[in-house]
Design a protein around this ligand. Structure first.
Ligand code: AMP
Length: 284
């Protein structure tokens, strides 16, 4: 596995791979790799001969400075995970290499995809996500790019970016990977201290409650309201939103059971750590 830190070195490596007819898969990450990331790399490896993993904590997508400053960094372990799961190249650029000293990013307007839920709660977040992914796609020029359904709204935003600017690039959405007890894996989970780790399970429990309501053919509005009042009475959890939406449009979808793309989504602060989770509520 090769590690490169400049766009120039990356591009000459990729060009050589393409000349040999190797298909290029790309997995962008912010590092602190866990089995969720590993599943993306393995999926990429199954589909492509050349697998580029980027590790870059993107400053422009953080609306909270403390979150950025305390974002976990485990580069040495990350390189091991990447190697073992099949990455052929790891791209670890500096902020200057990607942004050239100009951290101003333009606004992105994809309607509800960028303005609702994550877009509303994290002002400017998707502007930063789109800016960095656009730079990374332009540098790597992959045939396929792999993103987790863990960040469901981000996946919808990336699909829109690709439709409008990266014709021919295939975006692959990969299933959300959980801990054994149901907590969605996240690099931020290491910051869940003491009882917060247990409190965080509430998010998945709420999603399951919504799913069983929808699968019993009932309208989910009442259960959403009940969860909101339960959350309001809890000190440990600060609920930011919980809803059922169509995963493509992010329009609310409260009559969910028959809709294939209906997902329950949630975001909350638990012990000062911001967590998101989602699950498909369509029943087969
Ligand atoms: P991050 O490093 O958090 O920016 O995530 C990099 C990629 O890994 C994104 O496409 C995420 O959606 C994906 N990812 C993060 N956590 C998980 C998980 N638990 N299951 C599946 N994919 C994940």
């Amino acid at each position: 596995m090769k590690r490169v830190q400049t766009i120039e070195a990356l591009q000459s490596h990729i060009e050589a791979a393409k000349t040999k007819g190797r298909k290029v898969g790309f997995v962008p990450t912010m590092g602190a790799l866990h089995p969720g990331h590993a599943s993306l790399i393995e999926r990429a490896r199954n589909a492509c001969e050349e697998v580029v993993v980027s590790i870059f904590v993107n400053p422009t997508q953080f609306n909270n400075r403390k979150d950025f400053k305390t974002y976990p960094s485990t580069l040495k372990d990350d390189l091991d995970v990447a190697r073992k799961t099949g990455a052929t190249t790891v791209f670890t650029p500096t902020v200057d290499e990607l942004y050239g000293g100009d951290l101003k990013v333009g606004p992105v307007d994809y309607g509800r995809l960028t303005s609702a839920y994550e877009g509303q709660k994290r002002a400017g977040h998707f502007d930063g996500v789109v800016a960095v992914v656009r730079k990374l796609f332009s540098a790597v020029r992959p045939d396929m790019a792999f993103f987790g359904e863990k960040d469901l709204q981000q996946l919808a935003v990336i699909r829109q970016l690709v439709r409008s600017e990266f014709d021919g690039l295939e975006v692959v959405g990969c299933p959300l990977v959980r801990e054994r007890d149901g907590l969605a894996m996240s690099s931020r989970n290491v910051r869940l201290l003491g009882e917060s780790r247990q409190d965080a399970l509430k998010l998945n429990q709420w999603l399951n409650r919504i799913k069983s309501t929808a699968c019993n053919g009932r309208d989910v509005s009442a259960v959403l309201q009940a969860i909101e009042s339960e959350a309001a009475s809890m000190k440990a959890i600060e609920l930011e939103y919980i809803d059922v939406v169509d995963a493509k449009s992010f329009e609310p979808q409260h009559n969910a059971s028959s809709q294939q793309g209906a997902f329950a989504i949630v975001a909350a602060q638990v012990g000062g750590v911001r967590l998101i989770d989602n699950c498909c509520v369509a029943c087969s």
